[in-house]
Design a protein around this ligand. Structure first.
Ligand SMILES: [Zn+2]
Length: 362
C-alpha cells in the first residue's frame, strides 16, 4: 500500500476550502505502509541529534507558573537513559536577525533586542524582559533551525525545547517571544533545503502565531489540533484546524489525528515536517482541558512520526507546552517523544530501542 508521493507534488493546498477536519475522509491505516521511501543518510544512522539551550537561563521570579526546570530535567533524563551519547546533545547557534526577520517585524525584533517592549507587550508574553530572555529565545529558535537542518540530512532532528507557536509577526504571546517553527520553515525554504513543509502542531493550544505568520506562504502547510475552548480565545485560520472538545480522550484524539495526517500528506506532500509534540493534551495538565493518558500521548507521537517516516518526510521535533501538576509527568511525556523519534528513525544499532522506550516511558 505504497504512497506515491510524486502524484501529490503538483497539488495546491492553500485556500482550497478544506479548512476543517473532514470526518468522512476514508481512513488509510498508517501501519500498512510496507515500502518505506528512502533518503540517504537516514538509512544508516543510529541516533538523533538533540539540540538544547536550557543552560541559557531565562530568569523568572519565584513562583512563576512557567515550568522552566522541565528542560534541564528532560536533558538529564535522556542522558541517563543510555540511549544517547553525550555527543548527541548539541548547543545550537542563536537564530540570526536575518532568520528572525523572515517571520517577524523589524520593529518588534528591535524592541525585544533592546528591551523597549512596553508593559502590555511584556504582560502578553508572560516573561519579564532580560538579556537572558532574549538570548534564550534566539537559541530556542536556533535549535529548531538546527533540528530542521539535521532532519533534512539525517531523517530526524530534535529541539529539546521550542514550539513557541503563539508568537506573531509583531508581538509575542503566551510564553512565546519568537516563532521558532515559522522561522525555521521560512529558513529552510530560503536556503532551498525543502520544497514543501508541513507544521503539525499537537500542542493543546492553537498555533495561532504560526498560522498568521505563514498564512500567505503556499509551500508551508499549517495544521493544528487543539482544544476548541482553550487559549488562544481568538483563533487564527490554519490550513487545517482540528478543534477538540474539552475532555477528549485517547481514542477520539487518535482518530482525529489519523484523519488530520491523511489530509496533511495528501494536500501538502511535505519534504519536511516540523512536529510540535506538546505535552499539554495530558489529563493531568493544569492548562490542557483534554483527557489524554501518558500512553495515549506516546501513541500520538508514534502515529505522527511513523506516518512521516512512511511518507519519506524528514521530521524536526519540538517539545512545545507542558504544565502538568506534577512536572515529572510533563518530563516523562517529552522523554517518550524523543525516545519514540529515536525508535522510528533509527535503523541500525538501536534494535533494543523499543524495549528501552517501554521502560523509560512508564
Ligand atoms: Zn500549549
Amino acid at each position: 500500500m505504497r504512497f506515491e508521493r510524486a502524484a501529490f507534488f503538483s497539488l495546491p493546498f492553500k485556500g482550497e476550502g478544506l479548512r476543517k477536519t473532514n470526518l468522512s475522509v476514508k481512513r488509510r491505516a498508517t501501519q500498512h505502509y510496507t515500502n518505506l521511501p528512502q533518503w540517504g543518510a537516514c538509512r544508516t544512522r543510529d541516533t538523533l541529534k538533540l539540540f538544547y539551550a536550557d543552560h541559557f537561563v531565562l530568569p523568572l521570579p519565584e513562583g512563576h507558573r512557567f515550568p522552566m526546570v522541565k528542560y534541564a530535567r528532560l536533558r538529564a533524563r535522556l542522558l541517563a537513559s543510555a540511549l544517547f551519547h553525550p555527543d548527541d546533545f548539541v548547543v545550537p547557534d542563536a537564530a540570526t536577525d536575518e532568520a528572525i526577520l523572515r517571520a517577524h517585524d523589524a520593529a518588534y525584533l528591535s524592541r525585544v533586542a533592546e528591551g523597549s517592549l512596553d508593559a502590555a507587550e511584556i504582560r502578553r508574553i508572560g516573561f519579564p524582559w532580560s538579556p537572558g530572555m532574549v538570548e534564550r529565545s534566539r537559541r530556542s529558535a536556533g535549535a529548531t533551525l538546527a533540528a530542521c537542518r539535521a532532519a533534512l540530512t539525517e531523517g530526524c532532528g530534535v529541539n529539546l525545547a521550542g514550539g513557541t507557536h503563539h508568537a506573531h509577526r509583531d508581538f509575542g504571546s503566551g510564553f512565546c517571544v519568537f516563532n521558532d517553527a515559522a522561522i525555521a520553515a521560512l529558513a529552510m525554504r530560503a536556503e532551498g533545503r525543502a520544497r514543501r513543509i508541513a507544521i503539525i502542531d499537537c500542542d493543546v493550544h492553537q498555533g495561532d502565531g504560526t498560522a498568521a505568520i505563514l498564512r500567505d506562504k503556499p509551500d508551508i502547510f499549517t495544521c493544528s489540533l487543539h482544544g476548541a475552548k482553550n487559549f488562544p480565545f481568538r483563533k487564527q485560520t490554519s490550513d487545517l484546524d482540528v478543534e477538540l472538545a474539552d475532555g477528549t480522550g485517547d481514542e477520539d484524539y487518535l482518530k482525529a489525528l489519523e484523519l488530520a495526517l491523511e489530509q496533511v500528506f495528501t494536500r501538502a506532500a511535505p519534504d519536511l515536517v516540523i512536529y510540535l509534540a506538546g505535552a499539554d493534551p495530558y489529563s493531568g495538565d493544569r492548562l490542557g482541558r483534554l483527557d489524554l493518558s501518558i500512553e495515549g500521548l506516546a501513541r500520538r507521537d508514534l502515529t505522527v512520526l511513523s506516518t512521516c517516516r512512511a511518507h519519506g518526510s524528514a521530521v524536526a521535533v519540538a517539545m512545545a507546552g507542558g504544565y502538568a501538576s506534577d512536572i515529572d509527568d510533563t518530563v516523562s511525556i517529552h522523554v517518550a517523544t524523543v525516545l519514540t523519534a529515536a525508535r522510528v528513525f533509527a535503523d541500525n544499532g538501536n534494535r533494543d530501542a523499543p524495549a528501552r522506550l517501554t521502560t523509560e516511558s512508564r
